[in-house]
Design a protein around this ligand. Structure first.
Ligand code: NAG
Ligand code: NAG
Ligand code: NAG
Ligand code: NAG
Ligand code: NAG
Ligand code: NAG
Ligand code: NAG
Ligand code: NAG
Ligand code: NAG
Ligand code: NAG
Ligand code: NAG
Ligand code: NAG
Length: 342
């Protein structure tokens, strides 16, 4: 039917044209008028064969390559409110994306943990975000800790290592302008600084009293703990064991310890066996110089009355060394007279 109609219109159009052009142009027009539907089908096929693979094969590959090339810098990782099986995290990171595409990244479920660990510490929802270079992404969530062993491995690495690797893994959907959504694998390893075994830990302003006070301690002082990382760790009320060359001499208590990046200065209280301590520095003791090496190792972490095993275990694997000039301490404490008796 279409053919017939086209041909019936055709002679009238041609009759008004210049006779010279008639041959080729008219032939072409006639051809399209007659065969337009073939051209349409061919066009559709070309679109299907060329455009669709671009959209559904090439574009997802480009998107994946761009995601693989993107970098992630964690600028702040703040843990808070630990309980035995949950912890709050506020993680700020900067996306590096030098690619020409800056698709929208839909909200996705990401696993967080030590890179390479078979079990993540937890899962968190990464909010929907743009993917511009320098885009700041904040994950602020309470994490459910399904695997305490994986969490303990994580806290051990953070406390003990000079550097450790954070692994973030997820399968977000992307959308670039009019292109359809594409799912990519987001698998990033972020190199992070750790607390380096609390290196630089120092004890100062130590004073002792002859008998324990009302709180049951007989020694106090100031502790300084540097934190070279961007991680904040809320250790709570911690107890540490003190020994001298393998002999237990007492315990030290640090309340509300929240290790923030930079310097951390806290008061400490201890219960020390003074008799034992004085015996070390006597003329016949092993440290007649009066300077005694203290070995301090973590014992437990309690937060809001509950022991936090993943901190306790990490603390137990951390041991610190501090030297204490007991002679100086006795003088500072007004107990210098005792020195004469040794
Ligand atoms: C992205 O990654 C590919 C292969 O991994 C690499 O050839 C390309 O140079 C990278 N592009 C940029 C901008 O880094
Ligand atoms: C999370 O950290 C960012 C900056 O690092 C801060 O702006 C934001 O207020 C923090 N959120 C909470 C709930 O503390
Ligand atoms: C991430 O950190 C590295 C090394 O500090 C730096 O070279 C890079 O520019 C940073 N990227 C972004 C997006 O901040
Ligand atoms: C995230 O993924 C993990 C593992 O697949 C799953 O257990 C968890 O329920 C997911 N979380 C959300 C909010 O979808
Ligand atoms: C914890 O670390 C130990 C020692 O590296 C390893 O054998 C174990 O598989 C780790 N556990 C988990 C759950 O990652
Ligand atoms: C993520 O990438 C690392 C290498 O960077 C690889 O070992 C690991 O298997 C990848 N994880 C997944 C789930 O693909
Ligand atoms: C030690 O105590 C003195 C006096 O109480 C104080 O001025 C000084 O800042 C303290 N030093 C430290 C490291 O806390
Ligand atoms: C530390 O001990 C000294 C001597 O026993 C005492 O005078 C001082 O008040 C104590 N300081 C603290 C903060 O408990
Ligand atoms: C202090 O240590 C000595 C020697 O080990 C011990 O006999 C004494 O009972 C201890 N004192 C206290 C208060 O624990
Ligand atoms: C430390 O203890 C060991 C044995 O446990 C002993 O041989 C050594 O002399 C002691 N050192 C000091 C300084 O007392
Ligand atoms: C630490 O102990 C003190 C005194 O018992 C308590 O008031 C405080 O809430 C405890 N801190 C934490 C973080 O549990
Ligand atoms: C320990 O303190 C005493 C008294 O202040 C001092 O004479 C001695 O030199 C100090 N020892 C060391 C090793 O600093």
């Amino acid at each position: 039917m279409a053919d017939v109609k086209a041909e019936s219109v055709y002679p009238e159009v041609v009759s008004q044209d210049a006779p010279a052009k008639r041959g080729f142009v008219a032939g072409t027009i006639a051809h399209f008028k007659k065969w337009w539907w073939v051209h349409l089908i061919v066009l559709i096929c070309v679109v299907l064969i060329i455009i669709f693979p671009i959209i559904y094969v090439a574009y997802p590959k480009i998107a994946q390559t761009d995601v693989n090339n993107a970098t992630l810098n964690v600028t702040s990782l703040v843990f808070s409110d630990p309980t035995p099986d949950t912890i709050h995290v506020n993680q700020t990171q900067v996306l590096g994306n030098k690619a020409i595409y800056h698709p929208k990244i839909y909200s996705f479920n990401a696993s967080l943990g030590l890179a390479g660990s078979p079990v993540p510490v937890s899962y968190a929802t990464v909010p929907e975000t743009a993917s511009n270079d320098g885009q700041v992404i904040i994950v602020d969530a309470t994490l459910q800790l399904h695997n305490i062993e994986a969490t303990t491995n994580f806290t051990k690495a953070v406390l003990a290592s000079e550097t450790w690797e954070l692994g973030v893994y997820g399968r977000p959907q992307l959308k670039e302008m009019v292109l359809p959504k594409s799912t990519v694998t987001f698998n990033k390893t972020v190199e992070m600084k750790g607390l380096n075994g609390l290196e630089g830990f120092a004890l100062s302003n130590v004073t002792i009293s002859a008998a324990p006070g009302a709180d049951g301690t007989n020694m106090n002082g100031t502790v300084s703990i540097p934190n070279p990382s961007v991680v904040t760790v809320p250790m709570g009320n911690i107890t540490m064991d003190i020994s001298v060359n393998g002999t237990a001499v007492g315990q030290t208590f640090l309340n509300n310890l929240n290790l923030i990046p930079g310097a951390n200065i806290y008061p400490v209280k201890s219960l020390i066996n003074n008799t034992l301590m004085l015996s070390f520095i006597g003329k016949s003791g092993p440290y007649p110089s009066g300077v005694v090496p203290l070995d301090i190792s973590g014992n437990k972490s309690v937060y809001n009355g509950q022991e936090i095993s993943y901190f306790s275990d990490a603390l137990r694997s951390t041991s610190l060394r501090a030297t204490l000039n007991v002679t100086q301490v006795l003088i500072d404490s007004g107990l210098g007279l005792l020195l004469g008796a040794l």
